[in-house]
Design a protein around this ligand. Structure first.
Ligand SMILES: Nc1nc2c(c(=O)[nH]1)N[C@H]1C(S)=C(S)[C@@H](COP(=O)(O)OP(=O)(O)OC[C@H]3O[C@@H](n4cnc5c(=O)[nH]c(N)nc54)[C@H](O)[C@@H]3O)O[C@H]1N2
Ligand SMILES: Nc1nc2c(c(=O)[nH]1)N[C@H]1C(S)=C(S)[C@@H](COP(=O)(O)OP(=O)(O)OC[C@H]3O[C@@H](n4cnc5c(=O)[nH]c(N)nc54)[C@H](O)[C@@H]3O)O[C@H]1N2
Ligand code: SF4
Ligand SMILES: [Mo]
Length: 746
């Protein structure tokens, strides 16, 4: 579904007349090459603030620095969004920088696969990258190259690579790890409201009566937000927290009700609640009449569903449903948080839509303390979407399939009409499949580690192996993905560059630079800019500071739902703002849809009628157990950073698999024993943790430990690459396995 906001205002803007601000441009004396002149200012003793490089809560962290070493990490009590709070990952950032072990500090080229790479100059690395990309496109067509990026890159970087690939290299083969993370949430919001982005903000936590946390383990993965929820309940004992998760997580432990539903059954669960409330007459008729469409189809759909069948699908005690219905039967402000338990599913969009339907039915949106609040995983997965870094998107929540949107960007970027392909590019899973089949010949991997994090990793590894050119842009070496690289581009990381990110509540924060990067590492936006210039697009990539990139991007958001026109560099240097923020005197927007105008053609929110579907893969005699995967509090993804912090590693030093005591007995598994989980595509290895916190018939293992830890501990050798038909987000939350215990013990 395409956005239909008014672009007339936007098209009149002088988007190509920017005032250059080179005040903070700094250049070290010894650097002579023109390519090297664009450098970040070296920093000595200072303090600075930056958005935490980990989760989408987007805590603002203060770092005190002496002689290029962080001496203290803190958070200011009066600074949003975390007001003095940090979780252990953020609080231990100092340890990440205690030495530069494992940093990728110089550009490198690998002449032959399997051999160690050799250090080269930036000039050589950039020229090589630019020439090889050109050669491959000339020989094999424009879509033979692809970029796979990340929600951990700042907005400026995502803007530059998106402009380069979609506008100038004319391929939409640009996708990111957000496809594995947020794409179902994007489609859910688009279908219901005509625009991506949450209606809500963190302040709503202070006003909500009932928190529905569904498919999210906030206590572990968004700890500071969860802390805010707990504080809210401590102040008002009437507040209720409901956790919907097949596992009794730390989040569930702190909740009033835990619903241990069958994996994948969220649509059935939400429809059961909605149906019961509907039967009781719990509908906000005034809101529905004025601000929504398709309610009668929705009502009829719910009426036609059998309660017993829904209950059987979620396989929970009916008392849980009664309790929740009782909470929601009284007027109460409902705030729902959701994340990968809903998104990473072959029915991810339907799960999102079913939750939004419930909010529309109750009128629980567009007012304080109420709304469906999608939790963002990575620190800038929101900003990346605003920039349009998924294969079907363009900046400002535009889409490639919309003629007006393409024409607008072609004008703004000053490329000939028809330059932007109207067909969406390859999304994450098909991108690596195409590389494995020899159709995509060049892969540029930036700020992500697909040799660990892609479902059915053997395919992504085969894609990386088969591609003629693999460019890996990371701040660490080695990682599982750098092993496949022909070119390694060293990136400056957190604290070593300036840049802008948007957190889960649409708060746009500018981060400072307070550390000098090691060796020759450079900010990501700079690296993409230099390659673009080396490919012949000098005039169009005339960026010397991230502020210049920001100014160009900010203008393109004017008149769109994620309007950031009013966020000038001067303002962002002093304060953070929530979009929409359309002009420089606008103070930002806490809550959207307050006057209930949505971005759909009719201006009304849309009810949909999803139908419950079980997960793609079935358990059977050969693979009798379900496996779900996810995260733990102490580690971040593929551990390139958190794996180097002893205080965090100590908490969970190795991969484990949660198994119910009855399943353990049935499978002859002892607590603490190393076991294999064998699935249809491969197997992985982990230490059994026998626990009653998990449903019978289901196992849980984190996906943090890739091949560099042990050749067989990557959970993604087992996971299912099947994806949601609309959002293309893979079903990382369910596959079928059996346990093997009789060989390969450590
Ligand atoms: N410590 C830490 N924090 C992180 C991250 C990290 O790596 N480490 N990563 C960040 C990122 S990128 C993301 S996307 C977020 C993810 O944050 P979450 O979504 O909270 O993380 P997960 O552990 O992947 O999944 C959440 C829960 O979904 C449950 N689940 C599985 N299947 C289903 C289902 O069918 N229905 C329901 N209702 N629940 C189900 C799992 O049991 C799990 O507890 O975390 C962010 N925060
Ligand atoms: N089984 C299973 N698999 C999953 C998931 C799951 O729940 N289960 N979740 C999925 C989700 S939601 C996500 S978001 C992905 C995450 O998966 P990935 O994105 O692959 O994981 P990270 O370890 O965060 O990778 C980030 C990489 O960027 C590097 N890096 C850090 N900072 C910078 C920087 O500033 N610049 C550059 N250039 N590089 C930098 C790091 O060193 C690291 O190599 O995993 C997905 N895979
Ligand atoms: S809650 Fe998230 S953003 Fe805040 S310190 Fe922890 S990891 Fe960083
Ligand atoms: Mo994510």
């Amino acid at each position: 579904m395409e956005g239909s906001w008014d672009l007339r205002h936007a098209s009149n803007l002088p988007f190509f007349r920017f005032r250059r601000q080179r005040t903070d441009f700094a250049c070290r004396g010894e650097v002579t090459s023109p390519l090297r002149q664009i450098m970040e200012k070296p920093v000595e003793n200072s303090t600075g603030k930056a958005v935490c490089p980990y989760c989408g809560v987007g805590c603002v962290i203060r770092a005190t620095v002496q002689d290029n070493q962080i001496t203290r990490i803190s958070a200011d009590d009066d600074v949003a969004p975390n007001y003095g709070m940090l979780c252990p990952k953020g609080a231990h950032l100092k340890q990440v920088f205690q030495n530069h072990d494992g940093r990728l500090a110089y550009p490198m080229i690998r002449d032959r696969r399997g051999e160690p790479p050799r250090e080269v100059s930036w000039d050589e690395a950039i020229a090589f990258t630019a020439n090889r990309l050109r050669e491959i496109q000339l020989a094999h067509g424009k879509d033979s190259i692809a970029l796979y990026g990340s929600g951990q890159l700042d907005t400026e970087t995502s803007y530059v690579f998106n402009k380069l690939f979609k506008g100038f290299l004319r391929t939409n083969n640009v996708d990111t790890n957000s496809r594995l993370c947020m794409s179902s949430a994007v489609v859910g919001y688009m279908q219901a409201f005509g625009s991506d982005g949450p209606p809500t903000c963190y302040d709503d936590i202070q006003h909500a009566d009932v928190f529905l946390i569904i498919g999210a383990n906030m206590a572990a993965n968004h700890p500071v937000l969860f802390q805010m929820i707990r504080k809210r309940r401590a102040l008002d004992p009437g507040v209720r927290i409901i956790a919907v998760d097949p596992r009794r997580t730390k989040t569930a432990d702190f909740s009033d009700i835990h619903v241990p539903l069958a994996p994948g059954s969220d649509v059935a669960f939400l429809q059961l609640i909605a149906k019961r409330l509907l039967t009781m007459g719990r509908v906000d008729s005034r809101f529905i009449r004025r601000s929504t469409e398709n309610f009668s189809a929705y009502e009829n759909h719910l009426k036609g569903l059998g309660e017993d069948a829904l209950l059987a699908a979620c396989d929970i005690h009916p008392a849980r449903i009664d309790e929740i219905v009782e909470y929601l039967s009284k007027p109460s402000r409902l705030l729902s948080f959701y994340c990968q338990g809903t998104n990473q599913s072959t029915s991810g969009v339907d799960k999102n839509v079913a939750l939004i339907n419930l909010h529309l039915q109750l009128g629980e949106i567009g007012r304080r303390g109420a709304g469906p609040f999608s939790l963002t995983g990575q620190p800038n997965a929101m900003g990346g979407r605003e920039v349009g870094y998924l294969a079907h998107q363009l900046p400002g929540y535009r889409v490639v399939t919309n003629d007006m949107h393409r024409a607008y960007l072609e004008g703004a970027w000053r490329v000939p009409p028809g330059s932007i392909d109207p067909k969406p590019g390859l999304t994450a899973v098909p991108m690596f499949e195409a590389a494995a089949e020899g159709k995509v010949r060049a892969l540029w991997i930036a700020c992500t580690n697909p040799a660990v994090s892609m479902p059915d990793t053997k395919v992504s590894q085969e894609g990386l192996r088969r591609a003629d050119l693999v460019i890996v842009q990371d701040c660490y070496y080695p990682t599982e993905s750098t092993e496949y690289a022909d070119v390694l581009l060293p990136a400056a990381q957190w604290g070593e560059k300036r840049g802008t990110m948007t957190n889960s509540e649409r708060l746009v924060v500018r981060s400072d630079q307070f550390l000098t990067p090691p060796g020759e590492a450079k900010p990501d936006w700079w690296i993409f800019t230099q390659v673009a210039r080396a490919m012949g697009f000098k005039r169009n990539f005339d960026f010397y500071t991230p502020e210049e990139v920001w100014d160009e991007y900010r203008m393109l958001t004017a008149g769109t739902p994620c309007d950031q026109m009013g966020m000038t560099n001067e303002r962002l240097a002093k304060t953070s703002l929530r979009w929409p923020c359309p002009h420089p005197r606008h103070s930002g927007t806490a809550r959207r849809y307050v006057r209930t105008k949505f971005f759909t053609d009719s201006g009304k929110a849309q009810f949909k009628t999803p139908v419950y579907q079980p997960p793609d893969e079935n358990v059977n005699e050969e693979f009798p157990l379900g496996l779900t995967t996810g995260r733990i509090e102490s580690q971040w993804h593929t551990r390139t950073r958190t794996g180097k912090v002893p205080q965090l590693v100590r908490r969970d030093p190795e991969p484990f698999v949660e198994i119910h005591p009855d399943d353990a007995v049935e499978n002859g598994v002892q607590d603490g024993e190393w076991i294999y989980l064998v699935g249809r595509r491969g197997r992985c290895y982990a230490r059994a943790r026998v626990t009653e916190t998990i449903r019978r018939g289901l196992l849980f293992t984190p996906f943090h430990w890739g091949d560099l830890f042990h050749a067989e501990t990557n959970a993604n050798y087992v996971t299912n690459p099947a994806f949601d038909p609309v959002s293309k987000q893979p079903e990382l939350k369910f596959c079928a396995v059996r346990i093997e215990t009789d060989n390969g013990r450590s």
